[in-house]
Design a binder for this molecule. Structure first.
Ligand code: SAH
Length: 241
């Protein structure tokens, strides 16, 4: 997971142009059929070939048109095994990380799920394939508006998007069966642990911006958080309002 800052915009675009030229798999997407094929290759090679085993998560990842969640000029790269810039200095996570977080969250139909860090809305759309109760918060107004519009256009009417500081969670809609944070927090946000149901799963990258971060899965057991999974990662920072 790369962390893209605004400053690195130009080299980044050049880098992606090179990637585009060098990636025959992803680089030749022009028609809807090309994208459908690239998506099923992504599911087979990046998810099934690794440790994504939950059939509902695999089906969700095979369903959501990721190319619609990235800027047009990057659409041909949408199914590559990497994150991509989505504007405002933010990134959409690598497909594998989205799938892993969804799998760790163990979302069942009817579960209430909170995502902190809407970004493009892609992770929210994947969650919406797993339950009809998805709540997502984004600090940046422009990204929140774009994501809300995009999700509606694609038919994900059940996703509720709110502009605001996700560090405080969404108390009016709590408690949640699962909470996914898609930006790295230096410390555990207390509001999020409070808004998690007993038995609920919290998936969150912990660590400093640009430093070592660990994606963890915590489960609330008898009121305490029990750590069950961990993986080294690199996310953009969770910013405080
Ligand atoms: N899940 C997104 C990618 C998220 S990138 C996707 O699928 O595309 C992380 C996002 O978290 C960024 O859009 C950033 O603006 C947002 N963010 C950072 N701090 C936040 C906060 N305190 N509350 C809500 N969103 C925050």
């Amino acid at each position: 997971m790369a962390n893209f800052s605004k400053k690195s915009g130009l080299p980044l675009i050049l880098g992606f142009a090179l990637l585009l030229a060098a990636a025959p798999d992803a680089g030749h997407c022009q028609t809807l059929r090309d994208y459908t094929e690239a998506r099923s290759n992504m599911v087979a090679r990046q998810l099934k070939a690794r440790d994504i085993t939950d059939p509902r998560v695999l089906a969700a990842m095979g369903q959501v048109p990721r190319q619609r969640f990235v800027p047009d000029y990057l659409a041909p790269l949408a199914y590559g095994d990497h994150p991509l810039p989505i504007g405002s200095g933010q990134t959409i996570s690598q497909p594998y990380i989205v799938a892993l977080m969804s799998q760790w969250a163990e979302v069942k139909p009817g579960d209430r799920v909170l995502e902190v860090g809407t970004g493009s809305g892609y992770q929210a759309a994947v969650l919406a394939e797993l339950t009809d109760q998805v709540f997502t918060m984004e600090l940046l107004t422009e990204l929140a508006q774009q994501a809300a519009e995009r999700l509606k256009t694609l038919g994900y009417y059940q996703v509720r998007v709110k502009t605001g500081d996700g560090y405080r969670g969404w108390p009016e809609e709590a408690p949640f069966d699962a909470i996914l944070v898609t930006a790295a927090a230096p410390q555990m946000p207390p509001a999020l642990t409070a808004q998690l149901k007993e038995g609920g799963r919290l998936v969150i990258p912990l660590g400093e911006a640009g430093g070592d971060q660990t994606l963890v899965r915590l489960r609330k057991v008898k009121g305490d958080l029990k750590e069950e999974e961990r993986l080294p990662v690199r996310f953009v920072p969770l910013v405080r309002e």
